[in-house]
Design a protein around this ligand. Structure first.
Ligand code: PDD
Length: 285
């Protein structure tokens, strides 16, 4: 474990970074998190991630131990201390350590931890070859709009995908509609050229990359439909792709073993990836 982490006000070698076994993030998944990309040592779309963090905190009645406006300086310090050029910043806030009891403890300081991960986002082989996805039942709770650290359903979904040789799971609700990926937003492009993605609601996480891609596409007068789509419609689509802070835009070339768009990344998906990369570079902070 190389690198430097941030734990409750101090930078520390990752190998020495510690939290209590009574931390409610560990015991109950009582916490929220954010992942933002780094290119050339700069943060990508970080304001959107911090705005979503504030909202997640508000929805679970938790106050950040550090004012949100002071977090970017800490993220930048962490990036610098790690010498990170390209990869991810991870940030998690939990309700802190207290004797185990389900209801909120009183007068307990929340926990704030951060670390970084090196990752080659721009030169990802998956961007060239595309990825395969497996559909799984969406077994999550009713507040998927909160970026909660309770990620067991997503971990199970991703593992089922990986066990089938796929890189991502697409979660499907009881009506056969695709909600989103285990750790990404899901899109299809119909045979008529419409970009389709599930609308924001408590059924999905409001993806920051999804929001930027939708806005960039609309600005170019590309047809975007925010509506539910079924697995059957996805199998009939001209193209499919996923978006996330950790991968930007990645083409999907097969779903449950059936090829999409002849099994090669689609041209419109490639354009959207290029458009997003240009936006990321231009707005990095
Ligand atoms: N996951 N949907 C889910 C369930 C996610 O976990 C994520 C992100 C997204 C995409 O959101 P954004 O574009 O803001 O990253 C959608 C992050 C990357 C993760 O957990 O690692």
């Amino acid at each position: 474990m190389k690198g430097v982490a941030y734990v409750n006000g101090a930078f520390t070698p990752l190998a020495d970074a510690r939290i209590s076994i009574l931390d409610r993030g560990f015991l109950f998944g009582d916490g929220v998190y954010e992942v933002a990309a780094v290119l050339d040592g700069r943060l990508i779309d970080n304001e959107a991630h911090l705005a979503r963090l504030e909202r997640s905190l508000r929805e679970i009645a938790l106050t950040s131990p550090t004012p949100i406006m002071e977090i970017p300086a800490l993220q930048r310090e962490l990036i610098a201390r790690n010498g990170l050029r390209e990869g991810l910043t991870y940030l998690q806030i939990t309700r802190g350590a207290a004797p185990r009891d389900f209801a909120f403890p009183k007068d307990v300081a929340p926990t704030l931890v951060m670390f970084v991960q090196e990752k080659s986002i721009l030169r990802s082989p998956s961007a060239v070859a595309g990825i395969s996805v497996k559909t799984v039942p969406d077994m999550r709770w009713a507040r998927r709009d909160i970026k909660s650290t309770s990620l067991l359903p997503q971990a199970l979904a991703k593992q089922a995908a990986v066990a089938s040789g796929c890189m991502e799971a697409w979660m499907v609700d009881g009506d056969g509609m695709v909600t989103e990926g285990a750790s990404s937003s899901a899109f299809i492009i119909t045979q008529r050229g419409s970009i389709v993605t599930c609308p924001n609601s408590s059924n999905i996480l409001p993806g920051c990359t999804r929001k930027a891609v939708v806005a960039l596409a609309e600005r170019r007068n590309l047809a975007v439909e925010q509506r539910a789509f079924s697995v059957a419609e996805a199998l009939d689509a001209a193209e499919a792709f996923i978006t996330s802070a950790s991968a930007f835009v990645l083409p999907v070339v097969s779903i449950d073993g059936a090829t999409i768009g002849g099994g090669v990344p689609g041209e419109r998906t490639r354009q959207l990836r290029d458009i997003y990369v240009a936006f990321a570079r231009a707005t990095a902070s």
